[in-house]
Write a protein that binds this ligand. Structure first.
Ligand code: ADP
Length: 319
């Protein structure tokens, strides 16, 4: 009987549990033994590995976080750490390793594949910043969390006729900011891909006020950062009370949305299917509405850019 190992690595994301569940259940359905590995690559190095069964993943599809726990593993990035991880795969007879995580975790998986371990990556990060895929598990849930926050901030900002700055996650990318800015009707969206133009923001605030807008919402991506400082500068330049909110880790938690659960289920199942087909070293992706798989080197060499049309549309919609 062939064995699949599964781990979650890097930053957690809502929907990771649904992906683990899909890997375990489809794996067992197709006759694999499935081993869970705790705490990402750290658990692999330490041999924190246990056999999973159909009931190991009961009652988790609706839960945020990851039942396998996750970690960042500096040791795994050393030659010695990699060797230990590869030898654990051999000791536990893991034929293929499913890694649910972000770009960093996939780079780690590629390094491990050089030791003869078959690796399959499933994109799990709220940031949607993995180049080969249109979607990463957790993005939709994070957007809904941000939208909920925007609704609340908007209420109080309107009552006080304030400017609000909401700093959202996304690491070096602006996907959460762009999508939540459009969904929340932000007046300005500031993302690393486009940079920060303070004069333009101030012009739009004054323009909005003159047009009778009662509040002004700026969505700022953490890749730019400095929400508190920006609030102070805007208040000084416009004379309008300005408040900054840094949303933080609330964006990483919560019960996954239906979309995240479905995506995680499809991607988890696809990971098992590619292993079953005998493919090696793949990354699962959503491309043009279909679940596909790419060679890991090809996937990691791809580039992703912000949708210019969406970015421009956000400006038009906030007039
Ligand atoms: P994410 O997978 O969410 O992008 P990280 O970037 O923190 O999260 O990566 C998770 C783990 O993957 C790291 O702790 C490390 O063990 C491994 N990793 C990250 N980047 C690399 C890299 N460039 N090469 C090899 N391994 C990496």
């Amino acid at each position: 009987m062939k064995t699949i190992g599964v781990l979650t690595s890097g930053g957690d994301a809502p929907g990771m549990n649904a992906a683990i569940r899909a890997v375990v259940r489809t794996g067992i359905y197709y006759g694999f033994r499935v081993m869970g590995i705790r705490r990402g690559y750290n658990g692999l190095i330490e041999g924190d590995i246990f056999e999973m069964n159909l009931r190991s993943v009961s009652d988790i599809i609706q839960r945020g976080g990851t039942i396998l726990l996750t970690a960042r593993s500096p040791e795994f990035m050393t030659e010695n750490g990699l060797k230990k991880a590869a030898s654990m795969c051999k000791i536990f007879k893991i034929d293929a390793l499913v890694v649910i995580g972000g770009d960093g975790s996939f780079r780690g998986a590629r390094d491990l594949s050089k030791f003869g371990i078959n690796v399959v990556g499933i994109p799990g990060t709220i940031d949607n910043d993995i180049a080969c895929t249109d979607y990463t598990i957790g993005f939709d849930t994070a957007l809904n969390t941000v939208q909920d926050a925007i609704n609340k901030i908007r209420d109080t900002a309107t009552s006080h006729e304030r400017v609000s700055i909401l700093e959202v996650m996304g690491r070096h990318a602006g996907y959460i900011a762009l999508y939540s800015g459009i969904a929340g009707g932000a007046e300005s969206i500031v993302i690393p891909e486009k940079g920060l133009d303070k004069d333009e923001i101030i012009r739009r605030i004054i323009d909005g006020k003159n047009k009778g807008k009662l509040h002004n919402l700026i969505i700022l991506a953490e890749g730019i950062g400095g929400a508190t400082e920006l609030a102070r500068e805007i208040e000084e330049a416009t004379g309008i009370e300005t408040r900054a909110t840094i949303l933080g880790y609330i964006q990483r938690g919560g019960s996954p949305t239906a979309y995240d659960r479905v995506m995680a289920s499809l991607m988890g199942a696809k990971a098992v299917e590619v292993i079953r087909e005998g493919k090696r070293n793949r990354i699962i992706a959503l491309k043009d509405g279909k679940i596909v798989d790419y060679d890991i080197d090809e996937a990691l060499s791809m580039q992703k850019s912000i949708d210019e049309y969406m970015y421009n549309l956000a400006t038009i919609l906030s007039l």
